[in-house]
Write a protein that binds this ligand. Structure first.
Ligand code: HEM
Ligand SMILES: [Cu+2]
Length: 584
């Protein structure tokens, strides 16, 4: 199809788009079209007779600058992205179920691990924690809202276009096929192919690949970086300037502390990524040679990428630590052991995280003396992480532990973190890394962290704050089943990967020698267990949001007993009281 005939299709498409847009706006204006999704006013549910000042329906969600609404938008967006990334994971595992390349093509496989990694890291974890930060930080520090509500909204609304840019190839292909099914053939839509360069975007491959979708991925990542930086500035300024009189640095809650640190890291790490991405775009399109083999060289890309990339893993994990530190004591019946040391260790990790990037490059043939220094710092960073683990264990030790769903996830998260952390210490020592680099061992190691403690902390928070967010209670039995399934699933899915890695199997390959088949199948089985758990979670929360028992007492988790009825629950209590007043 040539350009002219493409142009003749455009008027029809424009008309269709405008009709759809008009319908959406009309629907948004209709007062009684409540999106039956979340009502983010501390438990105010639609249909309980409460009328709020806010516009209703779609319009509310498109125009809101309220930190709670934006928090909910983030969390919903992150959940959607996570489910999409999980679909990729399941497709990866399906391919790996047999030794040959039987299910998808090798190219599709490469696209799958690329989009899986990008989606999970940039569009699931970061938005999920930013969402919780938006909802809870103002409440926890006693502020009315974030410092810059409009920038807050902009930061969120940059994410959907960024996500679509990154995942464009698949979307356009589906659109193209749908149009083709009604007789409209638009070749342009088939020119983008899903990217196959891995989330690390290593040069020279990322320069050489001709697929134009790669440029969109780079632009999308750049945009998501801008969004993250904006959100971080907002978090930092809010915590510094909006704290209520009673909230000093000494009694600032641990979740806010970790987010403050995380946001600080973002300010130094993401601009590096942004600049590196622009250079890569220039290399691809304008003939510059920043990272070309006969220019700055591919190793320069690795330096810049990992100077961002290693701090990034702490950007992902610190908020998770914060959530564990916040939630775990509530169900241990006593205050967090060694609060100060947890804060110091968080700050220490924040600083150290910038000094270890080259441990991702041990096998690139760098100067051995330099390499040894990076090994030393990498081993040192294990200390503050261990401090946290011991403090959590000490909190549990003398406590009166209640195995509520959030607690199952916290303790499960600590278990997976220990495995992830210890396997990481091995990788930080050069001789071991030279053997295990780019094998399945690495995939196993970091999934104990990303699927283990990070995702578990997000699950724990989703259960812990569910009553506060929706005003209803979830099904506790289903929650517990989800918890145990997830813990078992992570070990069954990722332990075999550690073993496969010891066997020497390289990662990022669609086919493998038959000897690994049995272990790979165990791993796929584990992934299915995790998947079933996640579906139970989704069903439980959606159904409980609609039909769960209504919460009347703000002390859902019996926190008064142990003197831990913290600020967000006190806030919830006043919300509930106001609601009853209103009803009368
Ligand atoms: C049921 C859950 C999951 C399963 C079964 C799974 C499976 C996998 C597998 C098999 C690979 C290796 C692909 C290869 O090297 O050939 C992979 C890569 C990866 N996964 Fe996951 N994953 C899961 C969840 C997650 C989560 C929650 C995150 C992050 C928050 C994540 C982040 C990554 C990243 C960054 C990569 C590296 C991609 C690359 O090599 O470019 N995964 N995953
Ligand atoms: Cu690292």
């Amino acid at each position: 199809m040539d350009v002219i005939s493409v142009l003749t299709e455009i008027p029809g498409l424009l008309v269709a788009t405008w009709v759809l847009l008009g319908l959406a706006i009309y629907a948004g204006y209709r007062q009684n079209w409540q999106l039956r999704s979340v009502a983010a006013d501390g438990g105010y549910l639609s249909g309980l007779g409460f009328e709020s000042e806010k516009p209703t329906g779609l319009f509310r969600w498109l125009t809101t600058v309220d930190h709670k609404d934006i928090g909910v938008l983030y969390v919903v967006f992150a959940t959607g992205a996570a489910l999409w990334g999980a679909t990729d994971a399941m497709m990866i595992r399906t391919e790996l179920f047999t030794a040959g390349t039987d299910v998808w093509s090798a190219e599709t496989y490469n696209a799958l691990f690329t989009t899986h990694g990008l989606t999970m890291l940039f569009f699931f974890v970061t938005p999920a924690f930013t969402g919780l930060a938006n909802y809870f930080i103002p409440i926890l520090v006693g502020a009315d809202d974030m410092s810059f509500p409009r920038i807050n909204a902009i930061a969120f609304w940059l994410l959907p276009p960024a996500f679509f840019l990154v995942r464009g190839g698949l979307i356009t292909e589906v659109m193209g096929k749908m149009l083709a099914s009604v007789g409209v053939h638009w070749e342009l839509l088939f020119s983008l192919r899903p990217p196959t360069i891995g989330w690390t975007l290593y040069a020279p491959r990322s320069i050489i690949v001709t697929n134009p979708q790669v440029d969109l991925v780079l632009l999308g990542l750049h945009l998501s970086g801008l969004a993250t930086i904006m959100a971080s500035i907002n978090i930092i300024v809010t915590i510094f300037t909006e704290r209520d009189e009673g909230v000093t640095w000494a009694n600032l809650d641990i979740f806010s502390w970790t987010l403050l640190t995380t946001s600080g890291i973002v300010l130094f790490a993401f601009p590096v990524l942004g600049s590196a991405l622009l250079m890569l775009i220039a290399d691809r399109n304008f003939g510059t040679t920043f990272f070309a083999v006969d220019g700055g060289g591919p190793i320069l890309w690795q330096h810049l990428f990992w100077f961002f990339g290693h701090p990034e893993v702490y950007i992902l994990v610190l908020p998770a630590f914060g959530l564990v530190s916040l939630i775990l004591p509530k169900f241990a019946g006593r205050k967090l052991f060694g609060f100060k040391f947890i804060v110091y260790s968080t700050l220490a990790i924040g600083v150290l995280s910038f000094g270890v990037w080259a441990h991702h490059m041990f096998s690139t043939g760098m100067d051995p003396r330099l390499r040894a220094s990076f090994m030393a710092v990498s081993l040192a960073i294990a200390i503050p992480s261990a401090v946290k683990t011991f403090n959590w264990m000490a909190t549990l030790w003398g406590g009166n532990v209640r195995w509520a769903t959030p607690q199952i996830f916290c303790v499960g998260g600590i278990m997976t973190f220990i495995v992830g952390g210890v396997t990481g210490v091995f990788l930080a020592s050069i001789p071991v890394d030279l053997v295990l680099h780019d094998t399945y061992y690495v995939v196993g190691h970091f999934h104990f962290i990303v699927m283990g403690v990070i995702t578990f902390a997000a699950f724990a928070a989703s259960y812990y704050w569910f009553p506060l967010l929706t005003g209803r209670m979830f099904n506790r039995r289903l929650g517990r089943i989800h918890g145990y399934l997830s813990i078992v699933g992570v070990f069954v899915a990722f332990m075999p990967m550690i073993l496969i890695g010891y066997g020497g199997l390289p990662r990022r390959s669609a086919s493998y020698p038959g000897v690994f088949e049995a272990l790979q199948q165990v791993s796929t089985f584990g992934a299915v267990i995790i998947g079933i758990g996640a579906l139970i979670w989704l069903t439980n929360l959606v159904q409980s949001y609609r039909l769960g028992p209504i919460v009347t007492d703000a002390d859902v988790w019996n926190l008064r007993e142990s003197g831990q009825f913290s600020r967000e629950w006190q806030w919830f209590e006043t919300q509930l009281e106001e609601r009853t007043k209103f009803r009368r």
